[in-house]
Write a protein that binds this ligand. Structure first.
Ligand code: ZN
Length: 239
């Protein structure tokens, strides 16, 4: 058995284990990071709805203030007209002013009806905003707690990932660049798996039969043998 070859294949197997583990960890981290993002999106959606409710309330409040001002103006006009009424000399003037007072009273009544409806709407809106605000704060606390939990979960995975990355790099440097290229090329075609064990005359990478003669050569370990089906570098290990 060629000891250099054996060592190279051992190293490739180790590199493959590291990289498969890295992929698994990356997927795991990505999954939880996505959960974190989804939580943030939920919170933002709630906040947007709350902001819309707040804006509607502000508009109602302003509308009430405007109407109150208008009622005040009409009321002042009625008072002034009543005062003038006492001083008019002709019947005609009197009739005109009386009609003016009457018109303004009608206007005032209709404005007051309107503002009462708005007060009710404003009250409803105030309740809604208050409730939404409380719910928002509750959701925010909940989301932050869940995000913190997620961060805690991924800390371990991220540490392990950076350890593996270092091992991957140092193994990469120790390998012959041509061999590493070959490993990379085959791995790319096979979901990251470039080396496969032969077991029961079968390639454990693609589960196809390996011809007996080839199996013997793999077992002898004097040259690097690839699986005829999937091109993975084959190795032998005692069962
Ligand atoms: Zn194969």
């Amino acid at each position: 058995m060629n000891q250099t070859l054996k060592k190279e294949i051992d190293t490739l197997v180790r590199l493959q284990q590291i990289e498969l583990e890295m992929n698994r960890l990356r997927q795991e981290v990505e999954k939880v990071e996505n959960q974190k993002k989804e939580l943030a999106v939920r919170l933002t959606a709630f906040e947007t709805a709350l902001d819309a409710d707040k804006l509607a309330l502000e508009q109602l409040q302003q509308h009430c203030i405007d109407l109150e001002g208008e009622i005040q103006v009409v009321n002042d006009r009625i008072i002034k007209s009543n005062e003038t009424l006492r001083m008019v000399k002709t019947n005609k003037e009197y009739q005109v002013l009386l009609r003016e007072v009457d018109d303004n009273k009608k206007r005032k009544n209709s404005l007051e009806d309107h503002v009462l409806t708005l007060y009710e709407q404003r009250e409803d809106a105030e309740v809604r905003v208050k409730e939404s605000q409380a719910q928002f704060l509750q959701l925010k606390a909940q989301v932050q707690a869940e995000q913190a939990k997620i961060d805690e979960q991924t800390v371990g995975d991220k540490e392990r990932l950076s350890e593996l990355e270092q091992q991957q790099q140092s193994i990469g440097k120790s390998l012959d660049p041509a061999l590493l290229n070959r490993f990379r090329r085959i791995a790319k075609m096979n979901q990251g798996q470039a080396v496969a064990r032969v077991s029961n005359e079968t390639c454990t990478g693609c589960f196809m039969n390996v011809p007996p003669q080839l199996c013997i050569e793999v077992q002898r370990g004097n040259q690097m043998i690839s699986c005829p089906q999937c091109s993975r570098i084959l190795y032998y290990m005692e069962e």
